[in-house]
Design a protein around this ligand. Structure first.
Ligand code: AMP
Length: 282
């Protein structure tokens, strides 16, 4: 069963205590699609600028990702730069340049419209809803976001969340969205906004899922070598949704297993910069 994803395709510049990468391939849509492609077929909706090299589109094609929804527009590709201290769980954004995403009005290819599994990766919540409205009857809609949109487009985000089944965000984002410091209270406030399931990503400490059935927690895979956590959340979501779509099951038991697959995919990704580690996995 294929997955439709809308998200950013980007050039990232990242510095961690263990190294630095400039203008490398990144973006929420890129990490998600690549990770999910290990489980199922992926249809990507995004926009890049004229500066986006064929080397990167060739890589996405090599993962069998359908790029008929990837538009090339006049202008520059989305750019993000960030840095991490020794606490790799927290990214500090230095700069975000939306560039071609600022004017992007996606028109889904006909072949994408009957998607059963939809992932609204981290991008403008208005764009997320725009894409979702074009899908005829999705079975499972999952979503990610970040502080940039919780701060900057809160109302639009709350509107999008009403149509979401599963929200996957990190612990800081849960607290910010709910405006509540206690995680359990915050999770219940977020569940009241629409999603039936909330998966809280907690970096090296794993992930915790809140549903009407209760709470499920799993640790992250313990790693000795972590170089760059950028994209870990999107890679986790790609493993999580990729698994659900591949077994066509989103019961509580399947989602618990999906968390383990998500953690495994994320554990590979953080071992190198950009998508190098997933590229090497083959
Ligand atoms: P993660 O580390 O999983 O939270 O995701 C990092 C990725 O998100 C990077 O590759 C960035 O290009 C992308 N990103 C950062 N800020 C934004 C934003 N405001 N909207 C969309 N994508 C973003």
């Amino acid at each position: 069963m294929s997955i439709l994803v809308v998200g950013s395709v980007a050039f990232d510049s990242v510095e961690t205590p263990f190294g630095k990468a400039d203008e490398v391939l990144g973006g929420s849509g890129t990490y998600f699609s690549t990770s999910a492609s290990f489980f199922t077929d992926v249809n990507l909706v995004a926009v890049v600028g004229e500066d986006f090299p064929t080397e990167h589109t060739d890589f996405l094609k090599s993962r069998n990702i359908d790029l008929s929804g990837l538009t090339t527009a006049a202008g520059k590709t989305f750019r993000w730069s960030g840095e991490y201290g020794y606490d790799l769980n927290e990214a500090k954004t230095l700069d975000t340049q939306l560039n071609v995403f600022a004017e992007f009005c996606p028109q889904l290819p006909q072949s994408y419209m009957d998607a059963d599994y939809v992932f609204l990766a981290n991008i403008d919540p208005e764009l997320q809803l725009d894409v979702l409205k074009q899908v005829v009857r999705p079975k499972v809609v999952a979503c990610d976001t970040m502080n940039f949109w919780i701060d900057g487009k809160r109302e639009a985000l709350i509107k999008t969340l009403k149509h979401v089944d599963i929200l996957l965000i990190n612990d800081g984002e849960v607290r910010q969205l709910a405006d509540e410091a206690n995680m359990v209270k915050a999770a219940h406030k977020v569940l009241a906004m629409g999603p039936k399931t909330l998966v809280v990503k907690r970096g090296e400490y794993g992930a915790t899922m809140f549903t009407e059935h209760g709470v499920f927690s799993a640790p992250a895979y313990p790693l000795e070598d972590v170089y760059d956590p950028t994209g870990a959340g999107d890679t986790f979501a790609g493993g999580f949704m990729g698994y659900l779509a591949s077994v066509r099951d989103h019961s509580d038991a399947a989602m618990r297993r999906a968390i383990i697959f998500g953690s495994v995919m994320a554990s590979f990704n953080v071992e190198d910069f950009s998508l190098q580690r997933m590229k090497a996995t083959g």
